[in-house]
Design a protein around this ligand. Sequence first.
Ligand code: NOJ
Length: 486
Amino acid sequence: MDNDISRRTFAHVAGLGALSLAIPRGATAETEEPAPASPGRTFPKGFLWGTATASYQVEGAVNEDGRGPSIWDTFSHTPGKTVNGATGDVADDHYHRYKQDIQLMKALGVKGYRFSIAWPRVFPQGSGEPNPKGLDFYNRLVDELLANGIQPFATLYHWDLPQALQDDGGGWESRNTAEAFGRYAGYVAQHLSDRVKHFFTTNEFGAFVELGYGIGIHAPGLKLPPARFNQTRHHAVLGHGLAVQAIRANAKPGIQVGIAENMAICCPVIETPEHISAAERATRELNAQYMTVIQEGRYTDAYLERTGADAPKFTPADLKVISSPLDFVGINIYTATWIRADDSKLGFAVVPNPASYPHMLSPWLTIGPEALYWGPRNVAKLWKAKTIYITENGCSSSDVPAADGKVYDTDRVMYLRNYLTQLQRATADGVPVKGYFCWSLMDNFEWADGYTNRFGLHYVDYQTQTRTPKLSADFYRETIRRNGVG
Ligand code: NOJ
């Protein structure tokens, strides 16, 4: 066995030697012009490259400047809820280090930063009196981004619900939370829309409702019975619609409003017409409770049939609010759901991944680059979306610094290169994707997984708060420089 390994290692090194001999004298990699992207691998001119983070995952400073507690403070401080009892108390200390972090973005060459606003900083009790000091942080952040040529893309809800709203009426289970969300969104739009031109209402219903109120592995840690759970789903999309309306009513002219949703990305198992149309049908049905009702203003018949007596209670007026027109659709894409045609009533079947299916460090993060092709393509085709952003994409990796201090995350580079190749294919086919936000700028608090699963382009040493670009940061910088897959 040992012999076998050393033979292979030798062959590998010998191969490298042969390669270096092939470089002509005087034309070392350092002296050559950087390679352009090959024709056919470039993105449209003006394509927006960005990175993303979220308040509770990076900010820290949970007790500063009047911030109220959120459901994630409560949940992460409850023993046994996060790996190693991790909390976001300090996280990346972005609240104090945002200027330095903006320099990391600048060095990458990104032109967009997607961040989220912590509702309990702005309204510590969720509703009622605003806290101007809380909003001031975002004023400082936005000013610093603009001064560095980076456009701010603000998400209003990335899961840190004010605890007071959970205590009073059960958070998203209550219609009051949806209404309070609308008021908070309007207030933020009124104060930031002179400089922030893109707002996302919510991030990933598919996570905060399903995991938080359905299976209880995220805050607030509930497992509601089906009827109450479906009503919670309904109140969440209603909150989105109320926020869209409040943003439009309170913002300066010229802003754009959208969503960032982790819909099920339905990809045909084989690219034949029958499987392609099955994947389109599946896109509507598997996203019926969130994206489809937002886009179409109705729950699909199959969803209502499936939920039966436990279906949500709603009015036609609710559906109108929920389907308030959007300026763009943001999709968070990590994995593919493989779909095949079949002759069932719905006309499709989900093909489960076999046990040997490859994934990144997080077991749920199965590899399916084609999701970056079929996701936006199906959204554009089904709902005539004219502007699509990939609001998150990225992966976890084991990320151990090498002797020279660098993290050589070749697995993340492999992941990004393959996914971006499929995104480029989408833009080349005319799918209107206007930008891409890599998750994440830097390692951060990965919810229930604590600090064990790193997703950053920059490695964070949590003892010293040092940020070090990984190999994937170099790859992303080169991608941006070429405006093409490298
Ligand atoms: C999606 C979520 O929006 C983000 O908060 C999370 O860290 C990434 N997925 C990775 O799991």
